[in-house]
Design a protein around this ligand. Structure first.
Ligand SMILES: [Zn+2]
Length: 725
């Protein structure tokens, strides 16, 4: 999967837009019409949906039928390795066969049930896009956009003509800067068309909009840390051999790219040093990923005058005027320290150094869409060296991803029409309802929480909005112009469309039904500021949700995911937001203390687990996900027991119904990761590896010990267990 330096905070669009790169799943969302919309609003929204689908249906009436991905059951006994003792290593017992028969493909840095789902889904999207690209005088506006975007992207011969000359307009603009004061105006030009942002390649800092953390009804401007190209600040700051070695490789990579862009070798060598020096300085101002999990640490609402005082060397007035963002009086400066460091760096480096930095950023942002020498060198470092990926993904795969990023809700319309049925939606809604009821039962039974806090928790639970499948109202892309044959132009216009859409939200009412994941995304999430759980259509397919098989493994798998997202509303981060999505402490002090003690038990448990080499899980980074995994599976168990109450269930394939529940869960995590990618994820991924998402969770559940008759003291049946929810 793509190398991304996504922010792990929930905060605002700046981070939400990058969420879909987290292939590790188990966090995301959906919106149900019935929860919050007024009756009038419901009618309008339904009308829009019907209009959208009927026009699509007409478009596709005489098109060839598009086949769905091959069926994979939610529980596959051939994926197991029954020679392993489930009480010793449940992950390998459940997934040993899968791992053996599913080696990591050369174009991937890791491989799992979810990445396979995504890969197969991509084949379907490819067929949709190829149909949309075919000549057709009656082609509708949606197919024109997605079809032409994709067809232009896959035209490798045309892309191969995009060499250094394609970068010249931007390079000329950089050359024309007269002083460092002009940087503001340049960035106001660059930021709205920065096609590298979707791959975590933002120039100097990030700017956009988001809901105010303390008043989620208000959308305000946001400025955040950025400006580095490696996936995390630690790549610049750590001094071990491996980190130094990667920096050397990075230096060589920057040099090579600048040479490809037309710089003489001696200049490219010097410029690469400059780039690394500036980025290493900026990295010092970055807040760590662990700190970014604390919503208070990334919330600093201040006046524009305060921001100017933090970074007087940057002309904010010129920048904001250049963005045409209207009047911005106050904003959230997520990491004030970053802007101080940025200011000091602006002072310390001369104009020529900044021009070198900006040239690098232009090449870096656009490299993936230039000729093959740029693409190959980009892959050489960001794919091969950083993640261990052996081969570049075929161009069509990259182009499907890019179309999804750029036109996700247009592609999504065509996708759900084919791949998402009312039956799937209904089944998911029923499971969600039951799991929410289980959470209410669970909260009421908690022995460590006092009544006033329980009351608040229940209020929050009942306010959760469930978004399932796709948005009620599709995004309107009418104003976005996509032209066949204009690869870079399409990408830049699509990003500018999105950037302007975000800035336009400032000062306007929040659209709580908006989606931040596209329907073809295999992932899910919880959004604390909208108090919603979100499940895109692509996540609700076999093997994750399998209407052909029994309920037990389905509850283990998708039930566990629903429970996981719901529990995020009450993990160490989510619990700090109230029912409306405002950052507000609604906990009695003794309850907060009891919660923290329980959360620390989980942190200590996961801190023992090895990721790769001698690197253990950074459980302060993964705490929220680990808590959600454990809580989620408990809720799924309670709900399955409730649904199957009174049913006569017998064993299937020598597995009892209870065993099928747990194997169904474990098989959602079957997969393997290359060591390079494991090292990167240990630093950047807030999720624990699949092995521990399985073994860590089941070892906390006495129900598992009973289902597999484990002896107390065996690895999956420890004497001491952790439980938060
Ligand atoms: Zn999660």
């Amino acid at each position: 999967m793509d190398v991304v330096s996504f922010l792990t905070s929930y905060n605002g669009w700046l981070s939400k837009q990058l969420l879909s790169d987290e292939v590790n799943v188990r966090h995301t969302c959906f919106s149900s019409l019935s929860v919050k919309a007024s009756p009038l609003g419901m009618m309008i929204l339904l009308f829009v949906v019907l209009l959208g689908t009927s026009s699509l249906a007409q478009q596709s009436a005489d098109k060839p039928k598009i086949p769905l991905p091959p069926y994979t059951p939610v529980l596959d006994t051939t994926a197991m390795d029954r020679s392993i003792d489930p009480c010793t290593d449940f992950f390998t017992y459940s997934c040993g066969g899968w791992i053996k028969s599913n080696p990591i493909p050369p174009d991937q840095s890791s491989w799992s049930v979810y990445s396979k789902m995504q890969d197969e889904n991509r084949e379907l999207l490819r067929r949709i896009l190829e149909n949309a690209a075919a000549p057709d005088p009656h082609r509708g506006p949606i197919n024109q956009k997605i079809g032409d975007f994709y067809a232009t992207c896959v035209d490798e011969a045309a892309a191969n003509k995009l060499g250094a000359a394609a970068l010249k307009p931007d390079f000329d603009r950089i050359a024309r800067l007269n002083s460092k004061a002009d940087l503001a105006e340049y960035l106001a030009y660059e930021h709205p068309t920065d096609i590298g942002v979707y791959f975590g390649r933002a120039g100097l800092f990030r700017f956009g909009s988001g809901q105010d953390a303390k008043n989620s009804a208000e959308v305000i401007a946001e400025a955040d840390q950025g400006g580095i190209s490696l996936p995390d600040r630690d790549y610049y700051l750590k001094d071990d051999t491996r980190s130094k070695d990667l920096r050397d490789k990075y230096l060589a990579h920057v040099q090579k790219m600048l040479e490809l862009a037309g710089e003489p070798s001696s200049q490219a060598t010097a410029d690469a040093q400059t780039v690394l020096r500036i980025e290493a300085e900026l990295a010092k101002g970055h807040l760590s990923r662990v700190d970014r999990r604390d919503p208070h640490k990334i919330y600093h609402r201040m006046s524009l005058a305060d921001l100017k005082a933090l970074s007087p060397s940057f002309n904010w007035d010129r920048y904001i005027a250049g963005l045409k963002a209207g009047k911005i009086e106050s904003l959230n400066v997520a990491v004030p320290e970053f802007f101080k460091v940025m200011d000091a760096t602006l002072k310390a480096e001369d104009l020529a150094a900044w021009q070198a930095y900006l040239r690098w950023h232009v090449v870096h942002a656009q490299a993936r869409w230039l000729s093959s020498s740029f693409v190959d060198e980009d892959f050489n470092f960001f794919g091969r060296a950083l993640t261990g990926q052996r081969e570049l993904q075929p161009r069509w795969k990259r182009c499907v991803n890019y179309t999804d990023r750029s036109l996700g809700e247009a592609l999504g319309q065509a996708y759900v029409e084919i791949a998402f049925s009312p039956q799937i939606k209904k089944r998911t809604q029923d499971m969600v309802k039951l799991i929410e009821q289980s959470m209410a039962t669970d909260i009421n039974q908690l022995t460590w929480m006092s009544e006033p806090t329980k009351e608040q928790a229940l209020t929050k639970l009942h306010a959760v909005v469930n978004k399932i499948g796709y948005p009620d109202k599709w995004r309107d892309y009418t104003a976005l112009k996509i032209m066949r044959g204009d690869l870079l132009g399409n990408g830049k216009r699509a990003y500018a469309f999105e950037f302007e859409r975000q800035l336009h939200k400032i000062g306007r009412p929040v659209d709580r039904m908006e989606w931040y994941l596209t329907p073809p995304t295999v992932n899910a999430n919880y959004d604390p500021q909208n108090n919603s759980i979100n499940f895109p259509a692509a996540q609700l397919q076999p093997p994750a949700l399998d209407l052909k098989l029994d309920a037990a493994p389905n509850y283990g798998n998708t039930g566990g995911t629903i429970g996981h997202e719901l529990t995020h509303g009450f993990d160490d981060e989510g619990r700090q937001f109230d029912a409306k999505g405002d950052l507000r402490d609604w906990w009695q002090p003794q309850d907060a203390k009891a919660f923290t003690e329980r959360a620390e038990c989980v942190e200590n448990q996961y801190a023992q687990y090895v990721v790769v080499d001698d690197i253990k899980i950074n459980s302060k980074l993964t705490a929220g996900e680990d808590i959600a995994d454990i809580g989620g599976l408990i809720l799924a168990w309670m709900s399955w027991k409730e649904e199957s109450k009174g049913q006569q269930l017998g064993p299937i394939d020598d597995l009892s119904p209870e065993q099928r529940f747990f194997v169904g869960y474990a098989q959602s995590w079957c997969g393997d990761t290359r060591p390079e990618a494991s090292r990167m994820r240990a630093m950047t991924d807030p999720h624990s590896p699949g092995k521990w998402r399985t073994n860590g969770v089941v070892s906390d559940m006495p129900e598992f010990q009973e289902a597999f008759h484990c002896k107390t003291g065996q690895p999956m049946a420890p004497v001491n267990r952790c439980r938060v929810w």
